[in-house]
Each structure stands twice: as structure tokens, then as C-alpha cells.
Ligand binder design. Structure first.
Ligand SMILES: [Zn+2]
Ligand SMILES: [Zn+2]
Length: 110
């Protein structure tokens, strides 16, 4: 799976109302604190990363058991282990998921 496919797959989830509600709920449940370092968290991360084999499985995408609130530092660390090396032009969006950063566009999402 390449990075572009990964972005498309994530978009199926992250643009839904159901996801936004779940994300908000989970954020409140863990009091907005990064579950790894105790700093303010800002990314609801899927422990089992979403790919084409599980994107249609709500037990993965919409299960709070598969979620973890992380700060950007911990989240970047987590994804770097998977996506190393992070290619130039790729970044994490406001939901903390990998995406391609179009040049010339406002990408002030962090
Ligand atoms: Zn952290
Ligand atoms: Zn993540």
C-alpha cells in the first residue's frame, strides 16, 4: 500500500460524522490527556492502523478499544515506526493521520 492509498482510506473514516462524534467522545473520556506521556493530547489514534483490509470493519475503525489519545509527539513517534522513512511532502493532518501535503496550500493543521 502506498501513501496516497493510505490517505484515501483514512478519508473514508475521518470525514464521517460518526467518527467525529466518537473522536469527541473519546477525547472527553480520557480527559484530553495523552495516554502515553500525560501531556495534553490532540490526536485520536487507531492502535490497529487502518488499511484497506479493515477500513470497512467498524470493530476496528469505530471501536473505542482500538483508540488511543496521543499528543503530536507521541503520535509522530508511533507512526514513524510504521512509516519510516517519512517521505518529504508527507505529514500528519489535524486528525493525526498521514497525508500528502500539497505545496502552495495552507497546511497550518498542527
Ligand atoms: Zn504524548
Ligand atoms: Zn495514528
Amino acid at each position: 500500500m502506498n501513501y496516497i492509498q493510505s490517505r484515501r482510506i483514512g478519508d473514508k473514516i475521518y470525514q464521517t460524522v460518526a467518527w467525529r462524534k466518537l473522536r469527541q467522545y473519546y477525547y472527553g473520556k480520557v480527559h484530553g490527556i495523552c495516554e502515553r506521556c500525560g501531556e495534553p493530547g490532540n490526536v485520536v489514534h487507531h492502535k490497529i492502523h487502518i488499511d484497506e483490509s479493515n477500513v470497512n470493519d467498524p470493530n476496528i475503525t469505530m471501536s473505542e478499544d482500538n483508540l488511543e489519545l496521543l499528543c503530536h509527539t507521541c503520535h509522530n513517534r508511533e507512526h514513524k515506526q510504521v512509516h519510516e522513512p517519512l517521505r518529504e511532502g508527507f505529514t500528519f493532518n489535524a486528525d493525526g493521520e498521514l497525508q500528502y501535503e500539497d505545496t502552495g496550500r495552507d497546511t497550518n493543521q498542527h
